[in-house]
Design a binder for this molecule. Structure first.
Ligand SMILES: NC(=O)c1ccc[n+]([C@@H]2O[C@H](COP(=O)([O-])OP(=O)(O)OC[C@H]3O[C@@H](n4cnc5c(N)ncnc54)[C@H](O)[C@@H]3O)[C@@H](O)[C@H]2O)c1
Length: 353
């Protein structure tokens, strides 16, 4: 790929030309307020109504976002023919059952991450959706964080040749999760947080045969006594052909330049950049180093990317890029990493499908 054609990369969220279905949001907690609704407002998505068993969760949303209805029950939302697609943003413990009910009601689904508590649950929902001819996509919104999206398009276009190595450095501070539900989620770091990093790594390793996975999770010196989740981790993904990926998280970092930095090395070049915050992305190959300008951020634009891709897939009757089926491999990597961490970092042979 010539660096001159980089300007043509279509990295921004895309919505269908002629399909503008009503969306129903189930579960209206912090991420819906922080990212789903701001993204949908920015991109003109038609949200018909919302439902949350906690009255305070939906308070003020109608006025702020011009939403027509606050449903008083899940049945009311699922029974409304104006809702064609549901966006389920609860935690995974209750989400699978809601997904089953939504499929029975004939709705396409966008499900928050992590998709499920185990692979069997996820597979079951995928089979049921297939049987009913409905689409299930996962809200792996990081796939549309502009630097990651640009990197994915560059890898797919062969701009760096064949991928040989992926490196993520997560330079972050988790003080903000103290006292929240996230602090008590088992394997918070590997399962809830790093699912985005396992997922994007899976996208960049597309077509490679993963052989084994290792991971450790640990408390960091200086981590507050009251915090329960581990703030430090590393994980290594090894492929049969010698390609590898390494994730390292320093979750107690004190730095003026926090960020989630990444490098994708290929046989003919390198892509590097940073997300959260979205600092930069550049292509380094035989044509030189090209800094790629972009607009938007993971929060909230990535959240439009996932929904837009699902709606385009419905309109075009194809599998969405962020389909639950594609995400199964990311979950598989994630669960293998958790298993390895429980065995003090012993390699776990990667279970195929
Ligand atoms: N994609 C991202 O980048 C991102 C970021 C943060 C959180 N998340 C994920 O989003 C999910 C929710 O996170 P959150 O921070 O918004 O949590 P939250 O606790 O703030 O919100 C969850 C909401 O779900 C509601 N709920 C519970 N049971 C329900 C049911 N049966 N039906 C309908 N609603 C129900 C709760 O009342 C609550 O309002 C988690 O899976 C989390 O991992 C994703």
């Amino acid at each position: 790929m010539m660096n001159t054609s980089i300007a043509q990369l279509r990295y921004q969220p895309t919505f269908p030309a002629n399909y503008h279905p009503g969306i129903g949001i189930i579960g209206c907690g912090s991420i819906v307020r922080q990212a789903h609704l701001p993204a949908y407002q920015k991109y003109g998505v038609h949200v018909v109504g919302v439902y949350d068993p906690l009255a305070a969760a939906t308070e003020g949303l109608q006025a702020q976002y011009g939403i027509q209805k606050v449903y008083s029950s899940l049945d009311d939302l699922l029974g409304d023919p104006a809702v064609e697609v549901v966006d389920i943003a609860t935690f995974p413990d209750v989400r699978i059952e809601i997904m089953r009910l939504a499929l029975t009601a004939g709705k396409h689904i966008l499900a928050q991450k992590p998709l499920a508590l185990d692979l069997d649950q996820a597979r079951e929902v995928i089979s049921e959706a297939d049987r009913l001819g409905l689409k299930v996509a996962v809200n792996q919104n990081g796939r549309w964080a502009p630097p990651w999206r640009i990197a994915t398009l560059l890898v797919q276009a062969g701009a760096i040749g064949e991928v040989i190595s992926i490196t993520h450095l997560m330079d972050v501070n988790f003080e903000r999760i103290n006292g929240t539900r996230f602090d008590t989620v088992p394997h918070f770091l590997l399962y809830d947080y790093c699912i985005h990093w396992f997922d994007i790594t899976h996208c960049w390793l597309d077509g490679k045969h993963i052989q084994s996975i290792r991971a450790r999770e640990y408390r960091l010196p200086g981590q507050p006594a009251e915090s329960q989740a581990d703030w430090g981790m590393w994980s290594e993904i090894q492929c049969q052909d010698g390609t590898s990926a390494m994730l390292r998280c320093v979750g107690g970092s004190h730095s003026q330049q926090n960020g989630h930095y990444f490098w994708i090395h290929g046989t003919r070049g390198t892509v590097r950049g940073c997300v959260l915050p979205e600092r930069f992305v550049e292509l380094d190959n035989q044509d030189g180093i090209t800094s790629i300008p972009f607009e938007g951020q993971w929060f909230p634009d990535g959240f439009a990317g996932t929904l837009g891709e699902l709606l385009c897939a419905v309109e075009e009757d194809r599998e969405p890029f962020n389909s639950a089926r594609h995400n199964l491999q990311s979950l598989n990597i994630c669960f293998s990493a958790c298993q390895s961490a429980e065995q003090q970092g012993q390699p776990v042979l990667f279970p195929g499908f």
